[in-house]
Design a protein around this ligand. Structure first.
Ligand code: FE
Ligand code: CA
Length: 552
């Protein structure tokens, strides 16, 4: 079965779902999260309050509690570093891809955080409750740590001890740090190859790793096929349509040793794209336009399973089909991350979901990929920032891309990206330019290929100002071993596209100082070979005060 990705979209027009017709803009607002718009009504089942009802089984005082199998088979993770705190995550799951295998009771477990890998000096320890309503996951919001410092952490349950993770806090405001080293990744499809890229990340001891979405893929086994006769390894079950299926899918991914190693090596900052729920959904509109209540129930289940499996603060706990994921993470005076959610609040694809010419809806001021509240929040972050570099960590490509057509034919845009929502992009880039925001950088995933681009005041005018710089990482695996060279034509046609590489499998590492942003693009040699290595294929630099990507 063909699955849409950027390449397929560009080579084959799709019309799975028609756009709102021109003139239907007014009705399009209803059901979308515009302030003042009518509230939609849900028929959503009760969601977990996160408050256990039964008395927790205390695994410290009752170490005789036996698990059917090792309960930490999903590993450990940390996330969202702040100067004095970080979130620690694990999930008790002795039968990971079969519902977890725990009795439906709350369990108390112990966590420890130390200065050294051997835990000879334990700095803090505490109890956490693994709540059956949250699949026995725990999210410990540790505070009282030192800025820009390495720590090690682990969990204990009964006689069992988890893997040890290493994490690192963010620098404090005003704290002088020489450099920051981090990676950004996206599109980790379990079926398409081994997670060699995650393994390589684990070796690098990054300060932080950003996952920009498509952490899982929701499809039935082999449905998104990239290899004959079938993908190199297969997920179990059908498409993830229920909470149980999403939980088993996330658990399957978390059983991967390389994914676990990446999490154990550094804190992650995660955001989702579409496949954490449903391909190319837009707010409450699913890929196949399912009934609203049905899709919102699915979205609630998907968001809950996402929360249960990610190192997110309890403040991200979803409420029904809503989950606050966009957030702001400053890294001292060097860098501010604004982590965006371009799925949950976007208006419907203004010209249809696929590759289409623009319609009046495309340029309507009501069209938005962020929703108005998130847009205001983002512009406020940027205005208030005192950091040298200001990063939008987000999902879909922002630089203008359209199919190159014959003379006289209407240009066709990849409508799932910012090119489908040009008014959103113009408002944000326009504000960045007018306000003189310091060194804006956009980080992107989604298209399974690596890019560097200049973000222009007017993409049609090569002489117009370059406002910022966009770096796009390739997939961890999605797309498989055969490269997709569709972007070469763009690279050759548009001056503002400075780099394109069509290989799937890899990541982008960033070395950041006050003077320069350096992006190193890595690719996996052969993701079908579990012993494969990686190599650096390109380096692009943005100098502070001089927006745009230059080959090093
Ligand atoms: Fe993807
Ligand atoms: Ca995507």
């Amino acid at each position: 079965m063909n699955r849409t990705d950027f390449e397929q979209l560009l080579s084959r027009r799709t019309s799975r779902r028609r756009a709102l017709q021109a003139g239907a803009i007014g009705s399009g607002i209803i059901g979308v999260s515009f302030a003042g718009a009518p509230t939609r009504s849900y028929a959503i089942q009760a969601t977990p309050a996160g408050t256990p009802v039964a008395t927790p089984v205390d695994l410290k005082t009752r170490p005789s509690v036996q698990f059917g199998a090792y309960p930490f088979q999903l590993g450990v993770a940390s996330g969202d570093p702040q100067p004095t705190g970080v979130v620690l995550w694990t999930r008790l799951a002795p039968a990971p891809i079969d519902g977890g295998g725990m009795d439906p009771l709350p369990y108390e477990l112990t966590w420890e955080i130390a200065k050294d890998r051997n835990f000879s000096t334990v700095l803090q320890t505490g109890m956490a409750v693994a709540d059956p309503n949250l699949a026995h996951s725990v999210h410990v919001d540790v505070t009282g740590l030192e800025p820009a410092t390495d720590y090690f952490y682990r969990f204990m349950a009964g006689n069992e001890v988890s893997q040890t993770g290493r994490t690192k806090t963010a620098p404090a405001r005003g704290q002088a740090i020489d450099a920051l080293n981090f990676a950004f990744v996206s599109c980790s499809n379990y079926e398409h190859g081994y997670f060699i890229a995650y393994r390589d990340i684990a070796r690098q001891n990054f300060d932080v790793v950003l996952h920009l979405g498509d952490y899982i893929y929701e499809y039935a086994a082999n449905d998104y096929n990239v290899r004959e006769p079938e993908n190199i390894r297969l997920a179990e079950g059908g498409e993830t349509l229920t909470l149980d299926l999403y939980r088993n899918r996330y658990a399957l991914y978390h059983t991967d040793a390389d994914l676990q190693a990446a999490h154990q090596s550094a804190p992650f900052v995660v955001t989702w794209d579409d496949h954490e729920v449903d391909n190319n959904y837009a707010d409450d509109i699913s890929e196949h336009e399912d009934p609203l209540d049905e899709f919102l129930q699915r979205r609630a289940d998907a968001y809950q399973a996402y929360y249960e499996h990610m190192p997110l603060r309890p403040s991200s706990l979803p409420v029904g089909p809503d989950m606050q994921l966009y957030r702001h993470l400053p890294y001292g005076d060097l860098l501010d991350f604004s982590v965006l959610d371009t799925r949950q609040y976007r208006t419907d694809h203004p010209a249809g979901d696929g590759v289409f010419p623009r319609t009046p809806n495309s340029t309507s001021p009501l069209t938005s990929i962020t929703g108005p509240a998130q847009e205001q929040w983002l512009l406020q972050n940027l205005d208030r920032s005192t950091s040298t570099w200001n990063v939008l960590a987000q999902q879909v490509i922002m630089a203008e891309t359209y199919s190159i057509v014959a003379e006289g034919e209407a240009q066709e845009y990849y409508t799932d990206s910012w090119s489908g929502y040009p008014s959103s992009r113009e408002r944000i880039l326009g504000h960045i330019q007018e306000a003189g925001i310091s060194n804006p950088i956009v980080l992107t995933g989604d298209i399974h290929t690596a890019w560097a681009a200049d973000l222009k005041a007017n993409f049609d005018d090569a002489k117009s100002a370059t406002i910022g710089t966009e770096y796009v990482c390739t997939s961890i695996t999605a797309g498989g071993t055969e490269p997709s060279n569709f972007g070469q034509e763009y690279r050759d046609t548009f001056d503002y596209i400075k780099f394109f590489d069509g290989r799937h499998g890899g990541y982008t590492a960033v070395n950041l100082t006050a003077d320069a942003w350096t992006s190193d693009f890595y690719t996996v040699d052969n993701m079908d070979d579990i012993n494969s290595g990686t190599k650096k294929i390109a380096t692009f630099v943005t100098e502070a005060g001089n927006p745009g990507a230059q080959e090093a």
